[in-house]
Design a protein around this ligand. Structure first.
Ligand SMILES: *[C@@H]1O[C@H](CO)[C@@H](O)[C@H](O)[C@H]1NC(C)=O
Ligand SMILES: *[C@@H]1O[C@H](CO)[C@@H](O)[C@H](O)[C@H]1NC(C)=O
Length: 367
């Protein structure tokens, strides 16, 4: 069933929004397969250890994907093959609604009215999962969804099902196609041919990042790529482009708790030092060692920041201080949306029998 067939108005939701959040839900932290690999996250809450025996006695779980995000259709993953999460059936066929253990509802479609919520009354014990990876600034009509969902799945560390855009871990032994081992540059690779790059698709004069770019480019040269600048060369990728630069501007479109996106992780993967604009330095330090990034708030003026970048270029020992941490880490970037669906499946298996209600979605998400 296509998203369009569920089109109806949201107005009936407007009446039902005044319950209080009574129970905060379990934090079913992180990606199942990471725990399975026995990897521990250093900077984020420890994932629960999955006991493979417990997983085996679990009965199968069916998850209904109510709408594929943003109307982009893609085939659903095999969680067993990709993440060794067994007994998980994913479907986007709404006929599975009556027997689905959980329904994943992506915010954008139900908020814009492209799709209605699943019908009530819902099957007993079925969990509705609120999925959203946009920041609060780009998440509208939240208040219509108070008391509707059972679990949250977002980039926030305090989500019931936490799926970060990316994270680091210390285990250097692990190698698979989800994991990028990070390296300290050799002496000849330390100094990169170009200085600062920014890749930006949505250019808006109202964004703090555009004001920051204007100020920074008064002092040093910033190459701009993406829809708002030069196109990324056809035979390249963002990561390969950034590999030629010393610094990468990882500027979020809006500033919110834990809202740290693939921009940062692309820079880390490419070995450029990220200059970040987003949540506070303290918040970034939950995800990265303190010296792994330069925060725009580290300097009282943009001029001071520009001078620091120029100084680093001339000073290999100081430059190294921002890169040596790489020697002990690997990086994982989330793969949209396969990882999200499979992680949700794992969480639903582990939460069977619980009742959870997300009463204060707006207050929580906007905090
Ligand atoms: C671009 O930014 C503007 C201003 O914040 C916002 O209204 C718009 O939704 C954004 N577009 C995309 C595609 O994110
Ligand atoms: C899910 O949330 C609904 C709406 O608040 C609630 O009635 C139901 O008991 C919850 N179910 C579970 C399994 O948590």
């Amino acid at each position: 069933m296509g998203a369009g067939e569920r089109r109806t108005s949201l107005s009936h939701r407007e009446k039902c929004c005044v319950l209080r959040r009574t129970c905060s839900s379990v934090c079913v932290a992180t990606v199942g397969f990471v725990s399975i690999l026995g990897v521990s996250l250093l900077w984020l809450p420890e994932p629960r250890i999955v006991d493979p025996l417990v997983s085996k006695v679990n009965s199968p779980v069916t998850i209904l994907i109510w709408t594929q995000p943003f109307g982009h259709y893609s085939s659903l993953p095999d969680c067993s093959e990709l993440y060794q999460i067994d007994q998980c059936t994913l479907t986007d066929d709404a006929r599975a609604y009556l027997h689905a253990d959980a329904v994943i509802v992506h915010h954008r479609e139900v908020a814009t009215g492209k799709a209605d919520l699943p019908p009530e009354p819902r099957p007993r014990a079925q969990k509705w999962i609120w999925m959203n990876f946009e920041s609060p600034t780009h998440t509208h009509r939240l208040r219509y969804f108070e008391g509707v969902f059972n679990l949250t799945m977002t980039y926030r560390t305090d989500s019931d099902i936490f799926v970060p855009y990316g994270y680091l871990f210390r285990n250097k032994g692990v190698q698979n196609h989800f994991v990028h081992p990070l390296r300290v540059p050799t002496r000849s690779r330390l100094h990169r041919p170009r200085l600062v790059v920014w890749v930006v698709s949505n250019w808006s004069e109202s964004h703090a990042r555009v004001a920051f770019y204007y100020s920074l480019s008064r002092y040093i040269r910033v190459d701009v790529f993406g829809r708002a600048g030069r196109p990324v060369p056809k035979d390249s990728t963002v990561v390969r482009l950034v590999e030629r630069y010393q610094f990468y501007l990882a500027l979020e479109n809006s500033q919110h708790t834990d809202y740290i996106t693939e921009k940062l992780w692309n820079a880390v993967q490419a070995g450029a030092i990220p200059v970040v604009l987003g949540p506070s330095r303290q918040n970034y330090e939950r995800f990265l060692p303190p010296e792994a990034f330069i925060h725009v708030d580290d300097f009282p003026t943009v001029r001071g920041l520009a001078r620091y970048l120029m100084m680093l270029r001339r000073n290999p020992a100081r430059l190294r201080r921002h890169l040596n941490w790489r020697g002990s880490y690997s990086m994982h970037q989330a793969s949209f949306w396969a990882e999200h669906y499979c992680t949700a499946c794992n969480a639903v298996m582990r939460n069977r029998g619980r009742t959870d209600v997300v009463q204060h979605l707006t207050g929580w998400f906007e905090s």
